[in-house]
Ligand binder design. Structure first.
Ligand code: ADP
Ligand code: MG
Length: 384
């Protein structure tokens, strides 16, 4: 609950208030709790009983429907697949963590619903399509001019900084990619789809864990050794940055037959001081050379093979805010992107991939169950 709504609540309750801070926060918590939980009847009515005509998208964790609440608010309701065996408590605790996240670059989870076997998540509705649909579509580039793309880069960076460092719980998203970035009516990017995220309540943010994510966006150390840290998101962010600049999908790169992927190609051009050639041809008239150079440089720093060399999101946000003259001469040269020495995708053998129907063959979300003893959770996921 925000401070101001807390105060309104306090005023209403004033005659009954026992003054200690503790009881005040308990009451606030109770009220907040109420707001987060939606009844199934509300969601059935909002989505006209999950009418197929209101389907926004469908992926590995279930369909997403557009809906309208009685107060007029538009929502997106994610109906989690019934195959999921995630317990009620576990689901509620994850959903509650998500409702505590509040940032302009993170999609707002309004609440959730548990009813019998049903598990539903209720988000604010985000008007424009997900980034991939615009970026990789033939005429999408026209809508995304350089200013919008740069704003998207900066917005995602700020959203990730919040998730890693500033949110009430530390969140590693684990599936940062163009299709999980939604754009609102003002083209402001919102990080979405926390189905793969890990929440950390203490300081521990370096762990070994089950591997989930999407080909083309997976950090090599995570793919190879299951080492999870915020640098996994930094890597995926770097891939998205280079995709935004070039209009090319890393997993189906075809601009230059001499290179296997976008990262290798971009790195090569950077070293030859030809970063400008990475730019999507449709941006030729709108792009600012200095800004492009900084973004390419930052993108390449983020995808470096050695995770210790990758900048943290705070530094990324800081670098993106600077003028080129203050950046390029002082900035370290990016080492090789994380690919060949680790047997980088696409040659990597993967087992246990899920088939999320919204993903192309090359971009399937992967859950590598090859390592150590992991149990199936029953929803296609594997866990240590
Ligand atoms: N809050 C939202 N507003 C508008 N569209 C949404 C929203 N959330 C999801 N969608 C649509 O549904 C698709 C799938 O949602 P997502 O959360 O990525 O689930 P998954 O990838 O697990 O199926 C998105 O790519 C987007 O097109
Ligand atoms: Mg998704």
């Amino acid at each position: 609950m925000s401070k101001s709504s807390g105060n309104v609540f306090r005023k209403l309750m004033n005659p009954f208030f026992v003054s200690t801070g503790d009881s005040e926060s308990k009451l606030e918590e109770l009220v907040a709790e109420e707001r987060k939980s939606f009844s199934i009847e509300t969601l059935i009515s909002a989505t006209r009983n999950f009418d197929q005509s209101l389907l926004l998208g469908e992926g590995g964790f279930g369909p997403v429907f557009k809906g309208r609440l009685r107060d007029g608010r538009e929502i997106a309701v994610k109906r989690l697949s019934k195959r999921s065996t995630q317990g009620k408590k576990e689901f509620q605790s994850e959903a509650k963590s998500l409702t505590r996240l509040q940032h302009r670059n993170v999609v707002n989870l309004l609440g959730y619903c548990v009813h019998g076997g049903e598990r539903l998540l209720v988000y604010e509705y985000v008007l424009n399509e997900s980034l991939d649909k615009l970026l990789f579509k033939s005429n999408g580039g026209d809508l995304l001019d350089w200013k919008r793309r740069r704003d998207v880069i900066v917005g995602i960076a700020k959203g990730l900084l919040y998730l890693h460092d500033e949110a009430p719980v530390t969140v590693i998203h684990r599936d940062i990619k163009a299709s999980n970035i939604l754009l609102d009516d003002k083209w402001c990017p919102k990080i979405a789809d926390f189905g793969m995220s890990r929440f950390f309540f203490g300081d521990e943010t370096h762990v070994s864990t089950r591997i989930v994510g999407t080909y083309g966006y997976l950090a090599p150390e995570y793919f190879k050794n299951a080492h999870l840290s915020p640098k996994v998101d930094v890597y995926s962010f770097g891939v998205v940055v280079l995709e935004l600049i070039s209009g090319q999908k890393n997993s189906s790169f075809d601009r230059d037959p001499g290179f296997h992927n976008l990262l290798e190609w971009a790195h090569d051009l950077f070293l030859k001081h030809r970063s400008w050639e990475i730019v999507d041809p449709v941006l030729a008239s709108s792009a600012d050379r200095d800004e492009v150079e900084i973004c390419v440089h930052v993108g390449l720093l983020c995808v470096q093979s050695d995770r210790d060399l990758r900048p943290a999101m705070r530094r990324v946000v800081d670098l993106l805010a600077r003028k080129r003259s203050h950046v390029s001469s002082h900035l370290e040269r990016p080492a090789r992107p994380g690919y060949s020495d680790s047997g980088y995708w696409p040659k990597f053998p993967v087992s246990g991939s899920t088939s999320r129907s919204s993903e192309s063959e090359n971009q399937k979300t992967t859950q590598n169950s090859a390592r150590s003893k992991r149990q199936h959770r029953g929803n296609g996921e594997t866990e240590e």
